[in-house]
Design a protein around this ligand. Structure first.
Ligand code: NAP
Length: 430
């Protein structure tokens, strides 16, 4: 439950950025503003009055955002370099939702302030090397203070992490078995990238160039698992085309796999190997059937390899940076509103691989921004209001919020989880 002593339930830090503004739009539309004549668009099961505020480093930009929102959303100012301003920010709220990235550049002091003060935290980072650092530096303090620190609350890695939990629960309900493996297949999507996301990817390449040890960390399939915990049977991410019998399709590498797979494996470890000790997980993109599918998977694998290679070479990276969107820019409203994503999941039983569970996770807006802003906003409200089973620590979405967040997203945010060809129903998978 929210801390009644806090002035706010949720503060959106980075609200003036591309994604932060979308989060503010969603919170206003879905939850209104306490004391203001704004009726929440979605009420019923979740009637919370959310006390929320916008925050950032630039008061003028925050005032302009408040004007555009057309509501007196409270404003707070904090800069990533000013520890005092961050400590004051976190002292006022139950949860900080941050869209200030690249997180490796601007996020560390905020995580430290949250972990020390007991303030819950969620973000959209996909920077594995930075998450590793945050886990190592703040796990103990977060456990002691009660702060739930949850990274990757957007398209990376909620469909992967909660989708896996969902099919695992369905497998248990159906056959009381663990999942021997879960496959995540990106099937259809329409969307674009923002300057902030590209800056975060480029920053990761910069860091890897300066510290060659990072390349090994990024290649480790268990890069985010507890250091003293057991590892599993998974190997390196897919880099070449292959035929996938379960989908009767050729598959190609999925760009976000190097982040999502680490998060899902960490979830299994943090939940005491809930998916089983033999659990395997991988991600890929469906390319199609027959010779055309094979040709497409070949082209997709080559493009991914070329782009990864190009961003690893400084002069090419600098060239690319000139043509891609700048921080603050991103896909236009038309692309966001008409965008969508669809992820197919296939699980097979550990004891009996003939038993399979299939599900689809869909988003009704583009994955990276329209849907992501709703996913992180609901994560923040879930952290503030829902009766979570875990205490403080550096968690993943599934291990911290699990079924409660699946239900929220399904019912409120247009991110749906559907089982098909299954004897289990939605409720039983929660
Ligand atoms: N995982 C996912 O699915 C996903 C999806 C979308 C975005 N993201 C990540 O989210 C992050 C934000 O992306 P975006 O496109 O929204 O970026 P953006 O438009 O560049 O916004 C960045 C925000 O950070 C603020 N900021 C920058 N430096 C700051 C500082 N020193 N102190 C305080 N605030 C500072 C900016 O403030 P000003 O407005 O004052 O410049 C702005 O509000 C990126 O890391 C991106 O990779 C992830």
């Amino acid at each position: 439950m929210p801390n009644a002593k806090s002035e706010f339930d949720v503060i959106v830090w980075g609200a003036t950025g591309f994604t932060g503004e979308l989060v503010a739009d969603y919170l206003l539309e879905s939850y209104g503003l306490p004391g203001v004549d704004a009726t929440p668009a979605i009420a019923g099961k979740y009637p919370e009055v959310v006390r929320w505020a916008i925050a950032g480093r630039n008061p003028a930009k925050l005032a302009a955002l408040q004007e555009r929102l057309g509501a007196p959303v409270p404003i707070l100012v904090a800069d990533s370099d000013d520890v005092e301003s961050l400590e004051e920010l976190v002292s006022k709220t139950t949860v900080v939702l941050t869209t200030v990235g690249p997180y490796a550049q601007y996020g560390s002091k905020l995580v430290a302030a949250c972990a020390t003060s007991g303030t819950h935290y969620c973000d959209l980072t996909g920077e594995v090397q930075w998450m590793r650092k945050m886990i190592d530096q703040h796990q103990v303090a977060a456990e002691a203070s009660g702060a739930r620190i949850v990274h990757t609350c957007g398209f990376d890695s909620i469909p992967s992490d909660l989708g896996t939990l969902f099919v695992h629960n369905a497998m248990r309900a159906q056959s009381n078995d663990d999942c021997g493996f879960v496959k995540y297949r990106a099937s259809k999507f329409k969307g674009g990238m923002s300057g902030g996301t590209i800056a975060s990817m480029m920053n990761m390449m910069e860091e890897a160039e300066q510290d060659p040890g990072l390349t090994d960390l990024l290649a480790d399939p268990y890069a985010l698992n507890p250091a003293d915990g057991a590892r599993g049977l998974d190997g390196p991410d897919k880099v070449t085309p292959e035929y996938d019998k379960d989908f009767d399709n050729y598959v190609a590498p999925f760009v976000m796999a190097a982040i999502n797979t680490r998060v899902v494996r960490r979830s299994n470890a943090l939940m005491n190997n809930r998916y089983g000790h033999m659990f395997c997980y991988d991600e890929a993109t469906l390319a199609g059937e027959g010779p055309i599918g094979f040709a497409k998977s070949l082209a997709m694998s080559a493009t991914t390899a070329l782009l990864t290679g190009a961003t690893a070479i400084r002069p090419l990276r600098e060239l690319l940076q000139r043509v891609v969107p700048k921080p603050g820019e991103g896909p236009d409203e038309d692309l966001r509103e008409n965008g969508f994503f669809e992820i197919e999941l296939c699980a097979r039983g550990a004891a009996d691989p003939a038993v399979q569970v299939r599900a689809v996770v869909r988003g009704d807006k583009d994955p990276g921004y329209g849907s992501t802003s709703k996913m992180i906003a609901e994560s923040a409200v879930c952290l503030a209001f829902d009766d979570l089973k875990v205490g403080g620590g550096v968690w993943t979405p599934a291990s911290a919020m699990g079924e409660l967040l699946i239900e929220r997203l399904h019912e409120r945010a247009g991110v749906t989880f559907t089982l098909h060809d299954s004897v289990t129903d939605f409720g039983a998978a929660l």
